[in-house]
Design a protein around this ligand. Structure first.
Ligand SMILES: O=c1[nH]cnc2c1ncn2[C@@H]1O[C@H](CO)[C@@H](O)[C@H]1O
Length: 336
């Protein structure tokens, strides 16, 4: 099964930019900025640093790594490393959640930031056979100022790879409805709406994401299981969830993999994709998440290939790219 998963062409729909920095990249950046950061400059010490006591602690650690990205060259190095890692998992298409405001606020000009990620997008397509697309997300803990600036960067820069508008960070104490005007403007400009909701907060946060923010897919959304009406709504209206099983255990959003609601969601007919979220921070990678999902759902190879197909269908890739990737999955499934 592991071999089958490794060779399977895949799409990833929920993976964060800075959260995908490899331990080597993080350690190198920490060494470069030694004395100004709490992040260990030794890759071997990062596993301990990336052990989270709760979601708030996770966000705090995440932001300490964000703080290490200080110029456009850092952005380029980070993004190129991520592209190589994704390609190494046989990912052919990824929607990467990027938080430009965190870096622009830190002093990187928006234009240089966008140029750096776009350069990597172009070379990844050419050299790695990997299509990258961007989700620009609001770091929710930074409030409306962050929303305003994320929207401004998205609309002013409008990099070619930008397809969606998101909302990340903590949910508790960060009600979704306040972000409605920014999502309205982003959607009016043609961006898709993909907020996080129902990761650490309750089903109401997901209703808000749907009704107020026009969510077309929801980041995480696992708390839907608390509300049968919501589960039925997601299934009926085909609003897919971007599920990240290991992440939920590492941030303590769920107590253990055994208690993960993935099987209940699938049984209820909710569409979903399997993703990593922040792979090195959770000691995971996409092939491992597929194996975790196969185990939780009792899937055979055909079932795993269906998971890969679902991610492609739920993506915002062009119809031509979707067809091409679906055909690749089909050919691979028949060949093995
Ligand atoms: O699992 C997650 N949930 C919410 N936000 C996350 C997650 N992983 C990474 N981020 C990132 O946390 C930062 C602070 O708001 C944002 O940059 C968001 O993209």
């Amino acid at each position: 099964m592991q071999e089958f998963i490794a060779g399977l062409p895949k799409a990833e729909l929920h993976v964060h930019h800075v959260g995908s920095a490899s331990p080597q990249t993080v350690a190198a950046l920490a060494a470069r900025h030694e004395g100004t950061s709490p992040v260990p400059a030794d890759a071997d010490k990062l596993a301990e640093y990336f052990t989270f006591t709760d979601f708030a602690h996770f966000v705090q650690v995440y932001l300490s790594v964000v703080d290490l990205i200080r110029d456009a060259e850092d952005v380029r190095t980070l993004t190129a490393g991520i592209a190589a890692d994704l390609a190494g998992q046989n990912v052919r298409y990824a929607e990467l959640t990027v938080t430009p405001w965190s870096s622009v606020r830190r002093g990187i000009p928006a234009e240089a930031f966008c140029e750096a990620i776009e350069d990597v997008r172009v070379t990844a397509a050419r050299d790695l056979g990997l299509q990258l697309r961007w989700v620009f997300d609001i770091p929710g803990e930074a409030g409306l100022e962050a929303a305003e600036n994320t929207l401004r960067i998205a609309l002013d820069q409008r990099p070619d790879g930008l397809i969606s508008f998101g909302l990340g960070g903590p949910e508790i104490g960060v009600p979704r409805p306040q972000f409605k005007p920014y999502f309205d403007a982003a959607r009016a400009a043609g961006l898709h709406s993909v907020p996080h909701a129902g990761e650490t907060s309750d089903a109401q946060s997901m209703w808000d994401a749907i009704h107020e923010l026009g969510a077309e897919r929801i980041g995480h959304g696992i708390r839907a299981v608390q509300d049968p009406e919501l589960v039925a709504y997601l299934a009926e209206h085909q609003i897919p969830l971007e599920v990240c099983p290991t992440s939920n255990v590492c941030t303590r959003a769920v107590a253990s993999l055994a208690e993960h609601p993935l099987p209940q969601l699938v049984a209820a007919g909710v569409q979903l994709s399997i993703n990593t979220d922040d792979p090195p921070m959770f000691s995971t990678w996409l092939n491992k998440e597929y194996a975790v999902a196969a185990e939780l759902l009792g899937l055979d190879e055909r079932g795993v290939a269906d998971l890969a197909r679902a991610a492609v269908r739920q993506s915002f890739a062009s119809e031509a790219d979707k067809s091409a990737l679906l055909a690749e999955i089909e050919a691979y499934s028949h060949a093995v």
